[in-house]
Design a protein. Structure first.
Length: 310
């Protein structure tokens, strides 16, 4: 079969911001319970799945992807192979990922790729697993994958993969400040654990189980940006700032030039600034760009993974 006759499906899946993130005490198995409020934002990965006898992956788009693996260690390839194993599908797939979400930026770009791959392959292969079945597979791949499939605004508990949709009204406007380098999520968690150990007397014993505060849920429920700005929090932020001290100045710059609040998204180093409206978003983006910071404007919440072609 010639390549131009092969069937393709293209799926778009969103990056996310953690507008609230609490981390419980380190447990015996080396993991932490977390409580997060995720918001999917209008920065999308696109995955095109094309019929093939083997599994392959290539990247395109505005993000530098030279350092990304294209073998079985990549989450998108793992997603495709997991679905094939689950359904007994005997073929493969050629995946082309158009990357827009920063790599290792705390916005779940790799998870969006995996979610998009699951949906694209289920459609391409006619395996009929459907969204609820795909959600179970997504949870096997990583904590952020089920949310990229679902989108919207959601509370994540457990390891972050136990999702419940949060009522959200209106549109929130964000300015994302992007860093040249990434931060390793395991390193950020290790720094948090060390920080807690070093300051155990002041910080006290950490709770094993954590939850999203009511004030945050109420802010998104009524669509109130100022209330959300007052209640945003990220336990990983202090650790990210210790590993990347330049982010402190970046937060100060944004908050002094019109942002209602700034927060390190997830394990960083992307910083998300919440602003009142589209005009203020545009103005803050200009301020950051003039300061030599790569920045873009997004809105949330947006839908999860969706077929856009095929």
């Amino acid at each position: 079969m010639r390549s131009d006759q092969r069937r393709s499906i293209t799926v778009r899946a969103p990056g996310k911001i953690n507008v609230y993130f609490r981390v419980g005490a380190l447990q015996d198995d080396g993991y932490h319970e977390v409580a997060s409020l995720y918001q999917a934002v209008s920065l999308f990965e696109e995955v095109t799945a094309t019929e093939s006898d083997t599994f392959s992956l290539r990247f395109g788009g505005p993000i530098e992807t030279a350092g990304l693996p294209t073998d079985d260690t990549n989450l998108a390839i793992r997603a495709a192979k997991l679905l094939a194993a689950h359904t007994g599908y005997q073929g493969g797939v050629d995946l082309t990922v158009l990357k827009r979400v920063p790599i290792a930026g705390g916005m779940g770009g790799g998870s969006a790729d995996a979610a998009a791959t699951l949906l694209a392959c289920d459609e391409l292969w006619s395996t009929g697993v459907g969204r609820s079945g795909l959600a179970s597979l997504a949870a096997e791949l990583g904590a952020d994958v089920p949310f990229a499939l679902e989108g919207g605004t959601a509370v994540g508990t457990g390891r972050g993969d136990e999702l419940s949709q949060a009522l959200a009204k209106g549109t929130f406007h964000w300015v994302l400040a992007l860093s040249d380098g990434g931060l390793s999520t395991p390193e950020v968690y290790s720094m948090l654990d060390r920080h807690r150990d070093d300051h155990a007397n002041e910080l006290g014993e950490q709770p094993e189980y954590v939850k999203v505060e009511t004030a945050v849920l109420q802010a998104v429920r009524v669509g109130d940006a100022e209330s959300l700005a007052d209640s945003m929090h990220n336990d990983l932020q202090a650790a990210a700032l210790r590993l990347a001290p330049e982010l402190t100045k970046l937060l100060e710059l944004g908050e002094s030039r019109g942002a209602l609040a700034g927060i390190v998204s997830g394990s960083g180093p992307t910083v998300a600034f919440l602003v009142e409206n589209a005009q203020e978003a545009s103005e803050l983006k200009s301020v950051l760009m003039r300061a030599g910071v790569s920045a873009l404007t997004v809105t949330g919440p947006v839908h999860g993974a969706r077929v856009i072609e095929g």
